[in-house]
Design a protein around this ligand. Structure first.
Ligand SMILES: [Zn+2]
Ligand SMILES: [Zn+2]
Ligand SMILES: [Zn+2]
Length: 206
C-alpha cells in the first residue's frame, strides 16, 4: 500500500500519516490476539480520512479503540449466548419427535418402554443365565448370557428343557410365580429355568 502511495504521487505527509497509523496497529502487542478489534479500529480510523476535513490518523485514538473493543466484545457475547441457547434447545428438539409420537416407530418404542418396566417388576434376574445384572429379552442378543440349563430351539425360536424338550412357563419363573388356572405349561413347564427343579428361578438354590 505504501508503494502504491508513492506511485500515485500521494503527498509525503499523507504517506507518513498512514505509515504511523499502520505501525500503531501492526506493532501492538495484542495485535494477533485481538485482531478483530484492531481490524475494526483500522477501518474506522481510515474511514475518517475523507471529505473537506480529513482527519489526521497518525496518532493512536484511545476513544475509538475503546469503542471497537466494546463492539467486538458485545458481538462475542452475543455469539456465546446464541450458542448456549442452541445447546439448551437441542435436547428438547431431539425429544420432540418421540413425544409427539407420529408413526408406528414411536408407538412401538412407547410399548417397549412399558414392557421393560413390566419385566423389571416381574423378573429380577435373567431366566436364561441367572444374572442379576440383566433380565432376559428375546429381542436382545447378549454375549454375557450363557444358558445355565435351558436349550434354545432355533426352529421355533424358543427355549426348551434339555431333558424333556418341553417349553418352560415364564410366569412360573417370575417373581410372583404362575397363577394361571389351567396353565398350558403346568404339567411339563413348571420347572426352574436355571436347574429344572420344581421351583421358580427366583427361588433357585443352585
Ligand atoms: Zn442372561
Ligand atoms: Zn405356568
Ligand atoms: Zn432352580
Amino acid at each position: 500500500m505504501m508503494l502504491a502511495f508513492d506511485i500515485l504521487k500521494v503527498p509525503g505527509a499523507v504517506i507518513k500519516m498512514y505509515d504511523d497509523h499502520f505501525n500503531i496497529i501492526m506493532t501492538a502487542e495484542d495485535f494477533l490476539l485481538e485482531w478483530a478489534i484492531w481490524r475494526m479500529y483500522d477501518l474506522r480510523r481510515r474511514a475518517l480520512v475523507k471529505g473537506d476535513e480529513p482527519a489526521d490518523i497518525s496518532t493512536f485514538d484511545a476513544v475509538v479503540f475503546r469503542q471497537c473493543q466494546n463492539a467486538v466484545q458485545s458481538q462475542i457475547h452475543a455469539e456465546m449466548r446464541a450458542t448456549s441457547d442452541r445447546m439448551q434447545r437441542r435436547p428438547a428438539q431431539s425429544n420432540a419427535p418421540v413425544a409427539s409420537g407420529s408413526g408406528a416407530k414411536a408407538s412401538s418404542s412407547r410399548k417397549n418402554t412399558g414392557g421393560d418396566m413390566l419385566k423389571s417388576i416381574t423378573y429380577s434376574c435373567c431366566l436364561v443365565c441367572g444374572s442379576k445384572s440383566h433380565i432376559h429379552d428375546k429381542d436382545v442378543i447378549r454375549k454375557d448370557c450363557d444358558t445355565r440349563w435351558l436349550v434354545f430351539d432355533g426352529h421355533i425360536k424358543a427355549w426348551r428343557t434339555p431333558d424333556t424338550r418341553a417349553l418352560i412357563c415364564w410366569s412360573w419363573n417370575s417373581i410372583d410365580g404362575c397363577s394361571k388356572a389351567g396353565c398350558r405349561f403346568a404339567t411339563t413347564g413348571h420347572r426352574c429355568s436355571l436347574c429344572g427343579g420344581a421351583h421358580g428361578c427366583h427361588s433357585c438354590p443352585v
